[in-house]
Design a protein around this ligand. Structure first.
Ligand code: NAD
Length: 730
């Protein structure tokens, strides 16, 4: 007996006991969202139910497996540009959820699977929250990751329910908790086997709820009631946040602290008002616009369906060849996602080490209570080791991560073709050999594809998918879908030397090396780039990657691109010859104690043949290194290494840590102005050499007055150096 208004993605029905079931289910989609339309409908319905005699309670649930509510539609947030509009939208959401909280009858959420953002705020407004006792449950408030804070009362109701400590954990990092943790901190009231979830919630609503709630921990109550203690805890949280991010770049967690403090010190309506005002300011901020844009762009890259001309092959079993740094990480990830994997190496000690490392990673997660001991054992059971070629007959996919040598890779491919079914896909993790070369003598070159993971595999969120000349759409779709299943964001790239990330990174790293050769100090070079927002400076990054690995990539690129060959700094070669390989050898640009970085290694300067020390202002250092990236990115677009500027931006943020608050290098370029950048490149080319000669694409864009992102609202310039019109000295 539904009555108007209606909204897509939600319906309601009243059962015989007077319980209104509000059921979220977006037709044809994997996720449920709390859209503005749904909120409007809910408000109307609440008014209706309030007046209806027969209603006894409200039960919110979902018909989608593994999904309650993934939050507010980011499109709706992205569309808002003015602070007052955003604050109004927040107030509206607060009002609707407030009506649930004040409803004359009790309300409950039956949470299964994902419950994030607005979904969690809806749950917080209910009388009770019951969750499925299932590993798929994830409850959280990830708003700060989008540069905003929860705006539908989340910052106010959460601390009232669970106390300050757990609220800081949830809101400031934006990390979700699983069902067990949610129960432990009091975010949910009960865990119920999924099959009984709705039945149990109904029982509670019909008067069978436990009489007493779990009392808050004594420490939590003290923190809330003793002002100096509260101030101390908040100050500590602020300090921890400041150690992680800078307020000017990422204001959201700092503002979240203000909102949480208000929750403990002000009445609810005042707290809600503060929350809405903060949301307004943040939604309109450049940082949030950039983070939301990146989120959308990244999500779009995870869609396999419709991206390729063929559907993916389901990977039920896989094999990984080579149990080195990369292969062992890839095998761990596959087993972790429940895919049985056969790991082969020619060295028994490599296999043992791989198994030991994987077991250690799972053990740590058991200790952190992220997974159960049984799950850990099960995942370890998915990993099987072999020195020979057994166990490959039925795999759907083979990932090759043997040594970087064309002949070895071809031999391995020939063996695989002999030993697997005709349809198995062969993916190479090569970082520099063209896929087309590897597949040149294959019986089935169409099944050969590149799947380039980054080191360390479990942590790095990006993979490059490389299409060889003859790679089939099925092979591409298969590794794409697998990458997404492994939690990665795939970017499809053309089979060109260095693919995308390494190709763009090298001119940047090279510029850093040249600067050291010119007498600029190691710290000054690195500090300039961390000042720009990079997580580590280029020289520290070289130390982490390994100077020998970097040299290998540099050589591959120099062989392919005359500009890179002509401008390559000799320093890399010298340092490798000198045994300075970076972290792994205890010395590179810095000195190391194990993994710990000590000071810069002064002996690098004479080795670099550097003249007298030179001081160059950080803006000029940034300019040289950043413009090297922009120029190479433009060349990549020109050559069709990737299809769209979005690919470049997502890949650099996820693959190199390019500062997300800037939205990506090309978005930054648009904000700075392509003509400004091109002009600076021309001047740098005059002063420093051909490597800075602007890519033809840039010149063309200037002529035609185009931006990288035509059709999108122009991004506002970033607040910091390198923003707006160039502050660079001329
Ligand atoms: P690694 O030297 O650590 O491991 C290679 C492993 O392959 C060794 O254990 C070796 O015993 C084994 N192996 C050699 N021949 C084999 C064969 N025929 N069958 C099975 N195993 C064999 O190397 P890595 O750093 O893990 O690199 C592996 C691949 O991944 C290379 O192609 C490399 O370019 C690529 N890659 C490396 C990185 C990185 O940062 N290390 C990043 C991306 C891609």
């Amino acid at each position: 007996m539904n009555e108007a208004p209606e909204a897509s993605g939600v319906r309601w029905e009243r059962d015989d006991d007077g319980i209104v079931h509000v059921v979220f289910d977006r037709p044809g989609e994997k996720v449920n969202l709390l859209t503005p339309e749904i909120l409007v409908a809910l408000e109307g319905w609440l008014e209706l139910w309030r007046r209806e005699e027969a209603v006894r309670g409200l039960l919110f649930r979902s018909d989608k497996p593994g999904m309650f509510l993934a939050g507010v539609d980011v499109e709706a947030i992205a569309a808002v540009r003015e602070a007052h509009q955003a604050a109004e939208a927040a107030r509206f959401g607060q009002r609707v959820l407030g009506r649930i909280a004040d409803f004359p009858w009790p309300s409950a959420c039956a949470i299964r699977g994902v419950c994030l953002g607005g979904g969690t705020e809806l749950a917080l407004a209910c009388t009770w929250r019951l969750a499925a006792d299932d590993p798929s449950v994830q409850i959280g408030l990830p708003e700060v990751q989008l540069g905003i804070i929860p705006g539908f009362g989340g910052t106010q109701r959460l601390p009232r329910l669970v106390g300050l400590g757990p609220s800081l954990e949830l809101v400031l990092a934006g990390r979700a908790v699983d069902a067990r943790r949610a129960l432990r901190i009091g975010l949910v009231d009960a865990l119920v086997p999924e099959a009984y979830l709705v039945r149990e919630a109904r029982r509670w609503l019909l008067g069978q709820a436990p009489a007493r709630r779990r009392a808050k921990h004594v420490a939590a109550r003290l923190v809330e009631t003793v002002p100096p203690l509260r101030r101390y805890v908040l100050a500590q949280a602020r300090k921890r946040t400041a150690a992680r991010v800078r307020e000017l770049e990422y204001p959201a967690p700092f503002r979240a602290l203000e909102a949480l403090e208000a929750a403990l010190t002000r009445p609810l309506p005042e707290g809600l008002d503060i929350e809405a005002r903060i949301v307004g300011e943040l939604v309109a901020s450049t940082t949030s616009k950039n983070l939301i844009w990146l989120f959308k762009t990244q999500t779009a890259r995870k869609r396999t369906a419709g991206t390729f001309a063929a559907p993916p092959r389901d990977v039920r079993r896989a094999a990984v060849l080579g149990a080195g740094i990369m292969g062992s990480g890839i095998a761990y990830l596959l087993a972790d996602r429940g895919i049985p994997v056969r790991l082969r190496d020619v060295r028994p000690e490599a296999l043992l080490e791989a198994a030991r490392t994987a077991a250690g990673l799972w053990r740590r997660r058991v200790e952190q209570r992220r997974i159960g001991a049984r799950e850990a054992r099960q995942r370890l059971g998915y990993l099987s080791l072999t020195l020979d070629w057994s166990g490959l007959r039925h795999v759907d996919l083979v990932i090759e991560a043997v040594v970087e040598d064309l002949q070895v890779k071809r031999d391995v491919l020939a063996e695989v073709e002999r030993r697997t079914s005709e349809r198995a896909v062969f993916a190479s993790n090569t970082s520099s050999i063209p896929i087309t070369e590897i597949a040149a003598r294959a019986l089935h070159p169409e099944r050969v594809v590149g799947l380039h993971f980054f080191n360390p595999v479990p942590r790095m969120p990006l993979v490059e998918i490389v299409a060889g000349e003859r790679t089939s759409p099925e092979a591409l779709a298969t590794v794409h879908a697998l990458a997404v299943r492994l939690g990665k964001t795939p970017v499809v790239v053309r089979d060109r030397p260095g693919f995308l990330v390494n190709r763009i990174l090298m001119p940047y790293l090279n510029e850093a090396l040249l600067l050291v050769g010119e007498g600029v100090s190691i710290e000054a070079v690195d500090r300039a780039m961390t000042g720009f927002g990079m997580p580590v400076g280029p020289l520290a990054l070289l130390d982490q990657v390994g100077l020998d690995t970097a040299l290998h990539v540099a050589r591959v690129l120099a062989a392919a691109f005359p500009v890179q060959a002509a401008s390559a700094s000799p320093l890399l070669e010298k340092m490798v010859a000198d045994g300075r390989l970076g972290v792994k050898s205890g010395r590179g640009f810095y000195r190391y104690d194990g993994q710990r970085r000590r000071g810069p290694d002064e002996s690098v300067y004479p080795a670099a043949g550097a003249g007298p020390r030179r001081e160059i202002p950080p803006e000029m250092l940034q300019e040289r290194m950043i413009l090297a990236i922009v120029n190479e990115a433009a060349r990549c677009l020109e050559e069709g290494v990737v299809g769209e500027p979005q690919d470049v931006d997502v890949a650099l943020v996820l693959g190199t840590g390019f500062p997300p608050f800037r939205g990506g290098i090309l978005r930054w370029a648009d904000a700075t102005g392509v003509p400004v950048i091109t002009d600076r490149l021309v001047r740098l080319a005059e002063a420093l050499g051909e490597r800075f000669a602007p890519a033809p694409l840039l010149r063309e864009m200037v002529r035609e007055q185009r931006r990288f992102y035509e059709g999108e609202p122009a991004p506002a310039p970033s607040l910091l150096h390198g923003g707006g019109v160039s502050p660079w000295p001329r």
